[in-house]
Design a binder for this molecule. Structure first.
Ligand SMILES: *[C@@H]1O[C@H](CO)[C@@H](O)[C@H](O)[C@H]1NC(C)=O
Ligand SMILES: *[C@@H]1O[C@H](CO)[C@@H](O)[C@H](O)[C@H]1NC(C)=O
Ligand SMILES: *[C@@H]1O[C@H](CO)[C@@H](O)[C@H](O)[C@H]1NC(C)=O
Length: 226
């Protein structure tokens, strides 16, 4: 058989572009209207979560009250974040969406972290916060002040953080464009609240983030949190 080179080339190019799009693009397209998570089934492991029997899907699969309440802010960071994914909110399965609520007490903060599979859009519900993210060139992008109703977006995979910069508790809601965004934190495992050394590191980190926010969008040559 004689290979037709130009068409083989274009086929390979098309495959390459397609696989690039798959690897960079959003999650796999849905082949049905809905696919609420079957929370009972745990013995099949696929890329995503198994669907409920369509005959048993109801409107309640598409509602959650998991973000109604403030989380406990009684830790060293004075903040709490609750991310609700398709594992807890069945209707999200296959929709490439998650939702989160963050509560920050006065001086509370969410330390630098990244979501490897999602961009995050935040909406300030109450309070005044400072948010920022750091790109792969170590440039810091800051929005000094976000007030009630303001929206900010953290691009996928980039380190970001937020601080309560006001005189009252703040609440933020976020939408993330993956049903399983993942979290990578620069702090790794949780700090023990009564460890003096950790407490000192946290204070330093806080000061660093606060002084970063005072520098506004000025370019920094390198970012060192500690
Ligand atoms: C990355 O940072 C360097 C050093 O400040 C700068 O010269 C370069 O233009 C930046 N590149 C981009 C793509 O922003
Ligand atoms: C802020 O939140 C804390 C913890 O839930 C609470 O004890 C405090 O009363 C709140 N402050 C205000 C001004 O609502
Ligand atoms: C980073 O900044 C510090 C001071 O802020 C400086 O001493 C250090 O040399 C810088 N590192 C690099 C790699 O530029």
């Amino acid at each position: 058989m004689k290979l037709h080179l130009p068409s083989l080339c274009s086929l390979l190019t098309a495959c390459f572009i397609f696989s690039l799009e798959l690897s960079q693009g959003t999650e796999v397209d849905n082949l049905q209207d809905t696919c609420p998570t079957d929370t009972a089934q745990q013995n099949t492991f696929i890329n995503g979560l198994p669907c409920k029997n369509p005959a048993h899907v109801t409107a309640s699969d598409f509602k959650t009250s998991l973000l109604n309440d403030k989380g406990g802010t009684d830790d060293i960071f004075r903040s709490s974040t609750n991310i609700v994914t398709a594992a807890e909110f069945p209707g999200l399965n296959t929709l490439s969406l998650s939702v989160a609520r963050t509560d920050l007490e006065v001086d509370g903060m969410v330390t630098p972290h990244a979501h490897p599979r999602a961009s995050e859009m935040v909406f300030v519900s109450t309070g005044v916060v400072v948010v920022g993210f750091i790109d792969t060139n170590n440039t810091v992008f800051l929005q000094t002040i976000l007030r009630e109703g303001d929206v900010f977006v953290f691009p996928r995979g980039l380190l970001h953080y937020c601080l309560n910069n006001g005189f009252e508790n703040a609440t933020i809601f976020s939408v993330l464009n993956s049903q399983n965004p993942g979290v990578v934190s620069i702090l790794g495992s949780k700090f023990a609240p009564d460890d003096d050394h950790d407490h000192e590191s946290i204070q330093k980190l806080k000061q660093r983030l606060i002084s970063l926010s005072r520098l506004e969008a000025e370019r920094l040559d390198n970012v060192t949190f500690f």
